[in-house]
Design a protein. Structure first.
Length: 395
């Protein structure tokens, strides 16, 4: 769950403190990652979600050509019920594949919520003793060990500390530089899907690429059947049949090439599933050269992927959170429509109020230090009342 930051303490002219009364926003509107959200935070995409248009086009265009051009020949040459069944199965495969693609791309892949401050910087009451930007203020990096050891099935592995998310990554977790999130059981970032592939969508991703492979093979086989029916009906050669139905030749070539790509990808991920590896681990650690602490055997590994319960998301993107100026307005908001015109006005007022509040705190002791100086030299050190009124304070 997204944890709201600690409220900034602003000092007034009497030495007291007050908390800014700032309206709440949804967690997705102040999300620090590079994700894009739709439907009020119910759907989460990666920053390259536009690639979905290309992926969907690569699936729909050949299917449309198959149904529009080849279906008439298949229905005529085969029994009518068989021809209609062939077209219906192709349409069903297409809808099924597109649905898996959207489910893979539009859900939380297993994002680990980031901390608001480095671990170990909270007192016993749970309050932060150092500001979240304390390393930069001190001019040096935090003294946090870059790794720590954990045991998995009796094997010691090292987990790394993420400077961006300010947490020790759980085992099999990695930080995606594209989405700017730590993802549980990170496999890879897929540009065709426009989303990270992790613990919560890996099963859907494998089902998507495997169903795409079957769809390619389906269109490939019946394109060849269509050419054979033309050759038998007109007693012509293959070249003549291709001239009579050039769409069949285009689909055969297209699906053959695409089948090698998605089929090879499906075979590779089937190997990863049976050996309980991720793409990241396979390329980085090479578990085949040493003992894999996650390997449960082929059957156990397959059951873990296909039969285990998908854990719920750790993030509630629709949760209302308090927004503070030092948390939101000093960074780039990844969501394009996060800041409304009203929020922009609030930002300006808060920034002006903060500067004037800090000025009042800096000069609160100036009159005592400048007793020997004339009154005209101290008049500029008073806090403008307008700034306190904008924030709702009474000095």
């Amino acid at each position: 769950m997204y944890a709201p930051p600690h409220p900034p303490q602003l000092s007034n002219s009497n030495g007291g403190t007050a908390v800014a009364d700032i309206p709440s926003l949804r967690a997705y509107q102040v999300w620090k990652g590079s994700n894009r959200f739709c439907c009020g935070g119910r759907i989460i995409f990666g920053p390259d979600a536009r690639s979905l248009y290309l992926t969907i086009s690569l699936i729909l265009v050949p299917v449309f050509l198959f149904c529009a051009s080849l279906s008439q020949t298949l229905i005529r040459e085969l029994h009518h019920h068989m021809g209609h069944l062939i077209v219906a199965v192709c349409a069903f495969f297409t809808v099924y594949t597109i649905t898996l693609l959207l489910l893979t791309s539009g859900r939380d892949p297993g994002i680990i919520p980031r901390n608001q401050q480095p671990p170990g910087l909270e007192d016993e009451a749970g309050a932060s003793t150092v500001s979240s930007n304390w390393p930069s203020s001190l001019g040096r990096a935090p003294s946090i060990p870059p790794t720590k050891d954990v045991k998995i099935n009796g094997i010691t592995i090292k987990v790394k500390y993420c400077q961006t998310c300010m947490l020790y990554r759980p085992p099999r977790c990695s930080h995606c530089s594209i989405c700017n999130n730590c993802v549980d059981r990170f496999d890879h970032h897929c540009p065709w899907v426009g989303q990270c592939i992790g613990k919560r969508n890996y099963r859907l991703f494998f089902m998507f690429i495997s169903s795409t492979t079957l769809l390619c093979l389906y269109v490939f086989v019946f394109s060849i059947v269509n050419l054979s029916k033309i050759m038998g009906a007109y007693h012509c050669s293959l070249g003549r049949a291709l001239a009579m139905s050039p769409v069949s030749g285009i689909l055969i070539l297209y699906t053959f090439l695409l089948s090698w790509f998605v089929g090879g990808l499906t075979g590779f991920h089937l190997y990863l599933i049976l050996t309980n590896q991720t793409t990241y681990e396979n390329f980085r650690y090479r578990y085949d050269r040493r003992m894999n602490p996650y390997n449960r055997g082929c059957a156990g590994n397959a059951l873990e992927i296909f039969c285990s319960r998908i854990p719920p998301s750790r993030n509630n993107f629709r949760e209302k959170v308090k927004v503070y100026p030092d948390e939101v307005f000093n960074k780039s908001v990844s969501y394009r429509h996060a800041m409304s015109p009203e929020l922009s006005k609030i930002r300006l007022d808060l920034e002006m109020g903060n500067r004037q509040a800090y000025a009042a705190e800096d000069f609160v002791d100036v009159p005592n230090q400048l007793e020997g100086i004339g009154e005209h030299e101290r008049c500029g050190t008073q806090t403008p009342r307008m700034a306190w009124d904008q924030l709702g304070y009474q000095p």
